[in-house]
Design a protein around this ligand. Structure first.
Ligand SMILES: Cc1cc2nc3c(=O)[nH]c(=O)nc-3n(C[C@H](O)[C@H](O)[C@H](O)COP(=O)(O)OP(=O)(O)OC[C@H]3O[C@@H](n4cnc5c(N)ncnc54)[C@H](O)[C@@H]3O)c2cc1C
Length: 411
């Protein structure tokens, strides 16, 4: 059968259930990338990470005997894809499922084209029953939901590496990629499948996972948390590969509170996928819970927040790190989100949208889910307000992190 693998975010050949499915079926595969709607809005470090990852992915594909096709225009073009499918007499399309509202809309539109589709939920660690809306509604808070599902985490064995039976299309449809290194690459984050694998293995080679719970809020040492999210977000790494190594680590060195906490963080990732599947567009439409500043003032406050010029050092340092690197720690994200929505009175969606543009590990489920949660409009009704002065005293007592980024802001 002539089939097409339609990619936006699964830039890997290893541990890829979708490729495994297609090759087992003996299908001939043509590989096509088009940006997801949110990739179309990416800029600076997020965009550079995507472009560099696409480049390395296309190189790996070439080594495996395949080309990467795509539109010349960087845009999630429906008409280009439809045309490509019919021009190349494709009979079936494989695509990884994402639960973002725009992504599901795209899925709906595409499903009206008269060909066979297979949507694979391959970036999830739990079985499909865990999307059951009734159960999600019953479990009011994350902890209840986690307790119900944690024992069902799936760790399938790693599928075989791609055994190519590839189709070729016209040269005019090769994805045009720029070989020059993009300007805004994060110095510590690789933009390749091999770099992602190296980062994963090196994290679990040492003892870091055994003290993860104690270090994860650290702001200075890169190793304080795994830093795997930029790889998971683009699918350079599968979540199964992370869980496999975590399980192996526990087998070899024992389970403790830290390793369990790391597993819990992976469960947060799963949780937000389900919250988005449950709520759909309603999640994006959730009206802010806190009193809003007037429009003109809100715009001014928002611009100053983005620029790291609010006057609150701990917030400004984090927003500067984000602007200058595309990265921010989880502690920082919680603080800046709480500050924007609860102290400045700016609509939480403005903040989430800005993160979407610049965050190097942007993921539709985790970003919008966390923002809604922080803004007090998520499924989980707990509502915390962070005091940035107290948080700075606790997490940056000597001010090393804050003064470093405030200095950078002035350079
Ligand atoms: C306002 C806000 C926006 C966020 N936006 C994103 C986003 O766009 N993409 C993203 O991947 N994460 C997002 N997060 C979650 C979290 O901040 C990052 O996953 C984490 O900081 C990534 O660093 P790490 O890989 O070192 O995580 P670790 O602490 O090492 O955790 C391991 C993995 O668990 C998952 N994880 C950890 N915390 C969370 C969480 N709260 N929610 C969902 N998954 C989690 C991630 O996949 C992470 O890589 C957001 C959090 C907040 C508060």
């Amino acid at each position: 059968m002539r089939t097409l693998w339609w990619i936006s975010e699964d830039l890997r050949l290893r541990d890829n259930a979708l490729i495994d499915r297609a090759t087992r079926a003996g299908d001939q595969l043509v590989v096509v990338w088009t940006p997801s709607p949110s990739q179309d809005r990416a800029f600076l470090f997020r965009k550079a990470h995507l472009e560099a990852s696409l480049w390395t992915f296309s190189k790996s594909l070439r080594e495996a005997g395949a080309n990467l096709y795509g539109s010349r225009v960087f845009c999630p073009s429906q008409s280009w894809m439809k045309n490509f499918i019919f021009k190349n007499q494709i009979e079936k399309v494989y695509r990884t499922r994402s639960w973002g509202a725009e992504e599901l809309h795209l899925e709906y539109l595409a499903s009206t084209w008269k060909i066979e589709w297979e949507w694979v939920d391959q970036n999830s660690l739990l079985p499909m029953e865990s999307y059951d809306p009734e159960r999600l509604r019953t479990d009011k808070v994350f902890t209840d939901w986690r307790r119900r599902w944690e024992k069902s985490l799936l760790v399938p064995s790693e599928p075989q590496l791609l055994q190519g039976n590839f189709l070729s299309a016209g040269e005019e449809d090769l994805l045009p990629l720029d070989e020059t290194k993009p300007q805004f690459l994060h110095p510590r984050i690789a933009s390749s499948e091999s770099g992602a694998k190296e980062a994963l293995e090196s994290y679990f080679q040492g003892d870091l996972a055994s003290s993860y719970k104690l270090t994860r809020n650290g702001l200075i040492r890169w190793e304080d948390s795994t830093k795997l999210s930029p790889y998971l977000a683009l699918g350079l790494l599968s979540p199964h590969s992370v869980l496999r190594l975590l399980n192996q680590y526990e087998k070899d060195r024992g389970t403790n509170e830290s390793t369990e906490h790391l597993r819990m963080e992976l469960m947060w990732r799963e949780y937000f996928r389900r919250i988005m599947a449950l709520k759909g567009v309603a999640l994006f439409a959730a009206a802010p819970r806190y009193p809003l500043a007037e429009d003109v003032l809100a715009l001014d406050l928002f611009c100053r927040w983005k620029a790291g010029e609010t006057g609150v050092d701990f917030i400004d340092a984090h927003m500067t790190e984000l602007r200058l690197t595309g990265w921010m720690s989880n502690r920082g994200r919680q603080n800046v989100a709480s500050y924007l929505t609860k102290s400045l009175g700016v609509d939480w969606r403005w903040g989430a949208k800005y993160f979407e543009e610049v965050l190097i590990d942007y993921d539709v489920h985790s970003n919008w889910g966390n923002w809604a949660y922080l803004a007090g409009v998520g499924q989980d009704p707990r509502d915390r307000v962070f005091n940035p002065v107290a948080q700075a005293a606790r997490y940056d007592p000597e001010g090393i992190y804050t003064s470093y980024w405030l200095r950078k802001r002035r350079e």
